[in-house]
Design a protein around this ligand. Structure first.
Ligand SMILES: Cc1ncc(COP(=O)(O)O)c(C=O)c1O
Ligand SMILES: [Zn+2]
Length: 414
């Protein structure tokens, strides 16, 4: 790495290093590039962070932006880490925590990578940004693009929840609905990126984009008072989030801020679980799912771009990949809301939905510390969820109506 640079790009496959410019693939082997940092020269102690801004930018030295003036922040990051005593008790585990990434500016963890990628687009002086999205990245990219005053092009599959579309459109993005799957929308977005000078955050800005997500690992270390949890359970679609969180814990250890790394558990919905299948069949490669079928639409990526890296990170950590059925996912939404007061969307809660299975299979035990990432808000998929909850009661605004309410509430009539 050139001596004056804080960071560079490195091929994940052949290891060749590059200047941190606007590219995402290795010229030698076409492997994906990732950001590496000059950690040795960094003088970061545990105390440094506590006084800093309460957003992901508190870890500025570990993020791939050169000049702070290029950052357009809406406050993404530094979300809560909640101890979940009631849900933990129901499951029979003592130290369960929820990383509530539903409180980000557009209500999913995607604000983290979108914030970093849009900052990088500003730094590269690109004229426009965009993304291929299963729904959440659309709003996150559109919001940060609006903040940075950049035009934004969003490519989504046709079956995305309407709430997610209206959210992204409100920020002024151009929305392109592709009559097909996410993987097909992603293909069109890549071609568009090649033909234009647009920074597609999760395609040609991907090495920078994924760096935003690793801040979840930094926050967990800090919020547990620099203790590393035994287990971290993470929803997976492309596998980028899990890979990035693994990288975050590794960097914390390499910096000497913590002395171990957690086991990583990846969670997918049964109707779209190509990474889980490869894990169960002990394979290196991933067989794509042609037509994903799941209530967790935000996780419906049949051909996961970072799947092999997520698999490697899971295996290296001693963790596992497991799937949950649609019923288990909807039940997890209900449990988390009822027991902890947190309202999550299907894709964001699959980490909670697999907990029972992880405990039954002995992957997680009673006295260990487990953190579940909950990555998207229930407000993004209300119709899917409404089908599952108990029906409301409807009454006339009369004495009879009140009587009915008293019966339901089991209040004695005086
Ligand atoms: C709510 C939510 N959680 C998790 C993920 C998984 O992210 P990744 O594609 O990085 O695996 C997504 C992806 O869209 C998502 O929307
Ligand atoms: Zn290479």
């Amino acid at each position: 790495m050139a001596s004056l640079r804080r960071f560079a790009l490195k091929c994940r496959e052949c290891g060749r290093e590059y200047e941190p410019a606007f590219h995402n693939l290795c010229e030698e082997c076409f492997g994906p590039l990732e950001v590496i940092y000059e950690l040795d020269g960094l003088d970061l102690s545990r105390d440094v962070f506590s006084q800093r801004i309460r957003s992901l930018w508190r870890y500025f030295e570990l993020l791939p932006i050169v000049d702070e003036k290029n950052i357009f922040s809406l406050g993404a990051g530094f979300t809560g880490l909640l101890r979940s005593e009631r849900l933990g008790r129901q499951l029979g585990i003592r130290y369960l925590y929820i990383k509530e990434d539903i409180t980000n500016p557009t209500h999913s963890f995607k604000d983290r990578p979108a914030n970093v990628a849009v900052a990088k687009a500003v730094e590269f002086q690109l004229n426009a940004v965009g993304c291929a999205s299963t729904g959440n990245l659309a709003a996150a990219t559109a919001a940060h693009a609006a903040r940075a005053n950049l035009p934004c092009y969003i490519f989504v599959p046709e079956n995305v929840e309407r709430e997610k579309l209206s959210h992204a459109l409100s920020y002024g993005a151009v929305l392109i609905s592709v009559l097909g799957t996410y993987d097909q929308a992603n293909w069109i977005a890549s071609r568009f990126a090649e033909e234009s000078n647009t920074g597609i955050v999760n395609i040609n800005l991907r090495p920078y984009y994924v760096e935003g997500s690793k801040t979840i690992a930094f926050e967990i270390c800090e919020q547990l008072d620099w203790n590393v949890p035994d287990n971290v359970v993470i929803p997976m679609a492309s596998g980028a989030l899990l890979t990035a969180v693994g990288k975050g814990f590794r960097e914390m250890r390499e910096l000497g801020l913590v002395d171990s790394e957690p086991r990583l558990f990846g969670a997918q919905p049964l109707g779209c679980s190509p990474i889980v299948r490869a894990f169960e069949e002990d394979k290196e490669r991933i067989t794509p799912v042609g037509r994903p079928e799941t209530v967790a639409k935000s996780l419906a990526i049949g051909e996961p771009g970072d799947g092999v890296y997520a698999l490697r990170a899971i295996r290296r950590s001693g963790g596992a990949a497991v799937a949950a059925s649609d019923d288990e996912i909807l039940q997890a939404i209900h449990d988390l809301a009822r027991l902890e007061g947190l309202f999550a969307e299907p894709g964001g809660v699959v980490s909670v939905a697999v907990l029972t299975r992880l405990i039954e299979h002995g992957f997680i035990s009673r006295d260990e510390t487990t953190v579940c990432l909950v990555t998207g808000s229930g407000l993004k998929a209300p119709h899917t969820i409404l089908n599952r909850v108990a029906p409301s009661i409807m009454i006339e605004p009369t004495g009879e109506g009140l009587k009915r309410v008293m019966e339901v509430a089991k209040v004695a009539i005086s």
